[in-house]
Write a protein that binds this ligand. Structure first.
Ligand code: ASP
Length: 320
């Protein structure tokens, strides 16, 4: 039994391991670990109190995958429900003939299953920060003038440049049956264009788990992971027989082939079915967490660095 997570998963590691050691499933473990991060007001990249989009609205993305069956569930652009990972899990488990629900449909589904809804998803401090950030960027005359018809194309580029404040949480676990599950949850880029969906709820991009080989989950510039199918690439390289470190490094190196403006910081964690793990990042000081069932506490491990040259390189995902 083992759990790996992005560094901001620390708050959920004990509860997730408790699930595994008491005979629970990898799916339960990754969901519980993720929920604790989603509820953490100090984490501004996931769930409650994440950084909002350019209109000051918090839109959450999440996905979960069951390595036994390749079943998966995801939500995107969901507002008003802090536990996006639990709604994603229900998309998978409620016999809905779908994998991904977005926006008003995701919120409707969340209401239908009685998911916990919170009236307030942002603290006053974060609302004030959003206003200040927009004012300082000079991208709009006044944040309160951002109504339904305000032009946002230029504003969003200015607001997110050069600081793309991002983050996300990843959990991957193997339970006592040897089953693998993976979970990813995020509020996405700060000040993003309304309706922007990242890699986190896209199965194969930011999240993938297959009992036969292993699993991978990503943080960083989701546009890159979507274009290169990064999480699935790691699992495909495992399937081709590579050790987990090689598979993870290869998938990172594949990102060098991407052209265009959206070249930036990327991070991933990967676990093979034997419990071997790897963490990769474009940044030198990035870490991830690992705990086996016989350990009293998780350890924080350095990620290996894979450089991806480009305009945005190294600027995203502080700390992941
Ligand atoms: N991958 C997330 C996204 O693109 C953000 C992040 O991890 O920094 O939405």
């Amino acid at each position: 039994m083992i759990i790996i997570a992005s560094h901001n998963g620390a708050i959920g590691m004990d509860a997730a391991m408790q699930v595994l050691t008491s005979g629970g499933s990898a799916l339960d473990a990754v969901e519980i670990g993720t929920r604790l991060v989603e509820a953490n007001p100090a984490d501004h990249s996931v769930g409650y109190n994440g950084y909002p989009n350019i209109l000051g609205e918090l839109e959450l993305d999440a996905s979960i995958m069951d390595g036994r069956t390749l079943d998966s569930g995801a939500v995107a652009l969901m507002r008003g429900f802090p536990y996006a990972i639990s709604v994603a899990r229900q998309v998978m488990e409620r016999r809905l003939p779908h994998v991904l629900l977005a926006g008003a449909g995701a919120e409707r589904f969340a209401r239908e299953i009685d998911a916990e809804a919170w009236q307030t998803m942002l603290s006053d401090d974060i609302v004030a920060l959003w206003r200040r950030r927009l004012r300082e960027s000079g991208s709009v005359p006044d944040p309160s003038e951002l109504d339904a018809d305000a032009p946002l194309i230029d504003a969003v580029s200015i607001a997110t440049d050069p600081e793309r404040v991002t983050g996300t949480v990843n959990f991957i676990a193997i339970d006592s049956n040897g089953d693998i599950a993976s979970a990813v949850s995020t509020s996405g880029w700060a000040w993003k264009y309304p309706g922007r969906i990242g890699d986190s709820p896209i199965i194969g991009a930011g999240n993938y788990a297959d009992n036969r080989y292993g699993a991978c989950a990503c943080t960083g510039m989701g546009e890159m992971a979507i274009r290169a199918c990064t999480a699935y690439s790691v699992v495909a390289y495992l399937k081709a027989g590579m050790p987990v470190e090689t598979a993870a490094r290869r998938a990172m190196q594949d990102l060098r082939d991407l052209g265009g403006d959206y070249i930036g910081g990327m991070n991933l964690i990967a676990l093979d079915r034997e419990g071997n793990h790897a963490g990769m990042s474009t940044r030198a000081d990035a870490t991830y967490l690992m705990r086996r069932a016989d350990m009293e506490r998780h350890v924080e491990l350095e990620r290996q660095v894979v450089e991806i040259p480009g305009r945005w390189a190294g600027r995203t995902s502080p700390g992941n």
